[in-house]
Ligand binder design. Structure first.
Ligand code: ADP
Length: 444
């Protein structure tokens, strides 16, 4: 089965968030089970071409991903240069236009390349225009582009986040043969007005073609046994010592005393519409009352950034606000924190809780979307039911109680969390089933 996997980013070549992690690790997992999968990405000026060389072909670039050397095609170079060259950043309003060009670039590639896929797998709103064009492309046209006669170019569209760019998303939702999202719970939630006010009718219209497949994480990158970005590598057997060593380093880096207070981390985009960061800002004084230490790593909304900076200045021994994107620092937080706070209003899947668990760091999370599907309350972390300040503080207090008074239980939960397996292999099999369904449905 030949699959062209289209995304706006793919780690480690280009990463801005969880989409990058997924697009960098699902295709290798598909390749491991025998798929001929290749990626198409924007030819983005921020790509480090020393580390990830790109060879120029007629109108597009070719690079490689991962140990298996999966081919990666880069398109729309001029447009991305114009938008991002010399450290520029396009306004949000321009992004939709820019990614239309990306979609058109994918089309040019499909016409020119000798390799013709059976499946086009698009991710998020960025590729919706490509899906819309494919919808109106006839079998005869595909044949003229060099596809085999009567070939089906079936389409699968994965929704990673319904929070942005509804016009584009609407196109993609209406046109793909099969749609999926990244956790079973989110697949149900988005059919209700509470979680999807804008696209609820369209998603309900397509509900018989809508699936939920849980994301995995790449244990080649996220694994405390081999992680060279952390101070002290550790495994399940020496987790207590390993975490303590990393905690001490993190406390030092944050300017905290080497105390035995519970150290809570937060890593993520500071997006008040999704990530619950305004609740964290409101809870800062509570943190200081209960004596927890808090290390924040993230960037985004300027108002939230300022609130966190101010909190760091007001409580220097308890709150460390690191307003930036820093991959290595994220690793040090996963390894050094006791718990990771995830108060998201909605969470399609969420990777940080899975990463945290692998490092024996217990998530404290709002029971929603993928968080609910991956965290076992009292087993691998702490869940609370309501999106509110009180419920979040209650979750933190529960965890802190166990951390301070019930350390045997805490250590048992750490062990459970580290055993939890969110590798891609199972999900990759599920994607193959979706591809088969899409081929069966394809209307060409
Ligand atoms: P989302 O995709 O909604 O941003 P996820 O939990 O799915 O959230 O994935 C977030 C990914 O981005 C994780 O790999 C996390 O470590 C990383 N990340 C987010 N913010 C930062 C940051 N400020 N510095 C480093 N890594 C970050």
């Amino acid at each position: 089965m030949k699959i062209l996997y289209a995304a706006a980013e793919a780690a480690p070549i280009l990463k801005k968030g969880g989409l990058g992690d997924v697009a960098g690790s699902l295709p290798p997992a598909l390749a491991r089970i025998g798929c001929d999968v290749r990626l198409v990405l924007p030819w983005h000026p921020e790509i480090d071409t020393e580390a990830y060389p790109i060879e120029e072909k007629a109108g597009y670039g070719i690079g490689r991903l991962g140990d298996a050397g999966i081919p990666v095609y880069f398109v729309a170079r001029d447009e991305f240069d114009k938008a991002y060259g010399d450290g520029k950043h396009p306004e949000m309003a321009k992004e939709e236009e820019l990614y239309e060009k990306f979609s058109l670039g994918i089309f040019e590639f499909l016409k020119r390349s000798d390799w013709k896929p059976d499946i086009f797998h698009g991710n998020d709103w960025h590729i919706s225009r490509a899906l819309a064009i494919l919808e109106i492309t006839t079998g005869r046209e595909l044949y003229n582009w060099g596809f085999e006669e009567k070939s089906n170019l079936a389409t699968v569209f994965t929704i990673h986040n319904l929070g942005y760019f509804w016009t584009s998303l609407r196109q993609a939702v209406l046109t793909a043969d099969i749609i999926n999202t990244v956790s079973p719970s989110y697949a149900k939630e988005i059919l209700t007005p509470e979680y999807c006010t804008q696209l609820c009718p369209e998603l309900n219209q397509r509900r018989s073609d809508l699936y939920g497949v849980l994301n995995g994480i790449d244990y080649g990158t996220w694994n405390p046994e081999i992680d060279d970005k952390i101070a002290f590598q550790y495994r399940i057997e020496n987790r207590v010592q390993g975490k303590l060593e990393n905690k001490r380093r993190l406390q030092e880096e944050a300017g905290f005393t080497a105390s035995d207070a519970m150290l809570v981390g937060f890593v993520g985009r500071l997006d008040p519409r999704q990530k619950g960061v305004e609740l964290i800002a409101q809870a800062i004084d509570k943190f200081s009352e209960c004596g927890c230490q808090l290390v924040i790593l993230g960037s985004g909304d300027p108002e939230i950034e300022n609130k966190f900076r101010e909190a760091g200045e007001k409580h220097p021994g308890l709150v460390s606000a690191n307003i930036k994107y820093d991959e290595a620092f994220a690793h040090r937080i996963y390894a050094g924190a006791d718990a990771l706070l995830i108060p998201s209003k909605y969470e399609p899947c969420g990777l940080i809780q899975m990463i945290a668990m692998k490092y024996g760091t217990l998530p404290i999370a709002h029971a929603v979307g993928g968080l609910k599907d991956t965290i076992g309350h009292g087993e691998t972390g702490y869940l609370y039911d309501e999106y509110s300040l009180d419920a979040m503080v209650g979750g933190i207090m529960n965890a802190q109680y166990d951390f301070l008074n019930n350390r045997d239980n805490w250590n048992r939960m750490m062990e459970n969390a580290m055993w939890a397996d969110f590798s891609w292999d199972r999900s990759a099999e599920e994607y193959v089933k979706l591809y088969e369904k899409a081929l069966g449905k394809s209307r060409k």
